[in-house]
Design a protein around this ligand. Structure first.
Ligand SMILES: [Fe+2]
Ligand SMILES: [Fe+2]
Length: 437
């Protein structure tokens, strides 16, 4: 097990103190990061104590501790999953060869682009959620949001480390750019569309965590297959944190659905009781699902084919697939769609669980994933709005916004959501997850 060095300025399990040049470069980047967090993160809660999880090892068991932390003091660090001894490349033209510990010159530009594209989403999501906590439906939810925020910050560190360590001056410039593009900025927007969308309310946040963080899961999982071993190990560890982000989304939507169903016993129109109608929840699904599908890129893509052939990016759970791991050329060209289909299956399982909740209440209503041609901006179905788009209208969004009042008393919850099944890390639901100062 590689232990994390907490004595240095930047906690890490990559022996940063033996790598003076990279350490100095990162120590120079660190104040820029903190300055960015100060400006674009949840700066309004900087003085509050938040009950947060911090990574303390890259081990699969017991890798984190929980304690009160002020977010600007959070120990963002660089953690890679333990190396697999004698790891071999598991797909593509280089299959069977040793995994790369350095970047091969011929793939440098492509690898950099993959890392930058993934890395850019991490600070983007912090920016998108900057003010959301001001209307949290409970202290428990506020804590969940901040946990996601600090971990997305750490994911940025993970990608910035790779850029600094393996890509020289270009890498340092890309790392600086990560703090210069901003979500929704007219001149310098974030790279991918979904990360420039606003996240105006808590239903949108839960949908974002369910649908958009799940795209991250699939991107990270296929990068975890990469022949470039440091990228693989980085992504493997990020996936452990990502799981909690998706849990936040899935359980958050579930709790809103559950509350709506409860309210439907007392009123046909739940908006009279401060609930969110199931029909409107469906429209939110339509929106977040479609913008997240766009994140997979064009269904048919020669870039994706090349990434696979060269060993840069594998399929979801590549090593568990029983085939030759080489693929025909039409299959290679279609890899983005294949990953998207894996993603869709994963989304379906969550939607099924939401529907079980609706059934439990005896309500004849079913949430569905819309056709993947709906509301698309990228790929085969881009701008075919003739297929019909059923998205939340402006008055509907305004209604949801009107429900967004902060609830800050421990154990109390907003009108539109039920409490979670259990608290965090063995604590009760009415535990003081955030102490305001
Ligand atoms: Fe992330
Ligand atoms: Fe995430």
């Amino acid at each position: 097990m590689t232990h994390i060095d907490y004595s240095s300025t930047i906690p890490n399990n990559v022996n940063l103190n033996e790598d003076r040049k990279i350490q100095r470069a990162l120590e120079k980047w660190q104040p820029a990061f903190l300055n960015w967090w100060d400006n674009f993160g949840p700066n309004w809660a900087a003085q509050d104590d938040i009950f947060l999880r911090t990574a303390v090892s890259a081990d699969s068991k017991g890798w984190a501790v929980f304690d009160y932390v002020k977010m600007p003091d959070y120990r963002w660090g660089i953690f890679l999953a333990d190396p697999v001894e004698d790891r071999k490349i598991s797909f593509g033209d280089h299959m069977g060869q040793d995994a790369w510990q350095e970047v091969p010159g011929e793939y440098r530009a492509d690898l950099r682009r993959l890392i930058v594209t993934q890395g850019d989403t991490e600070p983007a999501s912090v920016e998108q959620l900057q003010w959301l906590g001001k209307t949290a439906p409970s202290l428990y939810d506020l804590r969940q949001l901040f946990q996601v925020n600090v971990e997305e910050g750490r994911h940025l560190w993970a990608m910035v480390y790779l850029l600094h360590k393996y890509f020289g001056r270009d890498g340092r410039e890309e790392a600086d750019m990560m703090l210069e593009r901003h979500s929704g900025d007219e001149d310098q927007p974030r790279i991918l569309g979904a990360f420039n969308e606003a996240t105006p309310d808590w239903l949108a946040f839960f949908m974002f965590s369910f649908f958009t963080d799940r795209d991250s899961k699939f991107q990270l999982a296929s990068l975890a297959e990469s022949a470039f071993d440091p990228l693989s190990r980085t992504c493997k560890f990020m996936l452990t944190e990502e799981a909690n982000h998706m849990f936040t989304g899935e359980s958050g939507v579930m709790r809103i659905v559950d509350r709506t169903c409860e309210l439907m016993r007392d009123a046909d129109d739940v908006t009279r009781l401060g609930g969110i109608p199931l029909e409107l929840i469906q429209k939110y699904i339509n929106f977040h699902y479609s913008v997240s599908l766009d994140l997979f890129g064009s269904e048919d893509s020669t870039n994706a084919a090349n990434f696979f052939t060269c060993g840069l990016k594998g399929r979801y759970q590549e090593e568990k697939i029983a085939d030759d791991h080489k693929l025909s050329s039409p299959e290679r060209v279609n890899l983005n769609e294949r990953l998207q289909n894996d993603y869709i299956k994963d989304c379906e399982r969550g939607v099924e669980r939401w529907n079980k909740c609706i059934q439990k209440h005896g309500i004849p209503f079913e949430l569905v994933l819309p056709s993947k041609s709906q509301n698309r901006r990228v790929g085969r179905y881009a701008n075919l709005d003739a297929y019909g788009v059923d998205l939340p209208t402006a008055p509907e969004r305004e209604y949801v916004a009107s429900l967004m009042h902060p609830v800050v008393e421990p154990g109390k919850f907003a009108s539109y959501i039920v409490p979670p099944a259990k608290g965090v890390h063995g604590n009760s639901i009415d535990f003081e997850y955030v102490r305001f100062h």
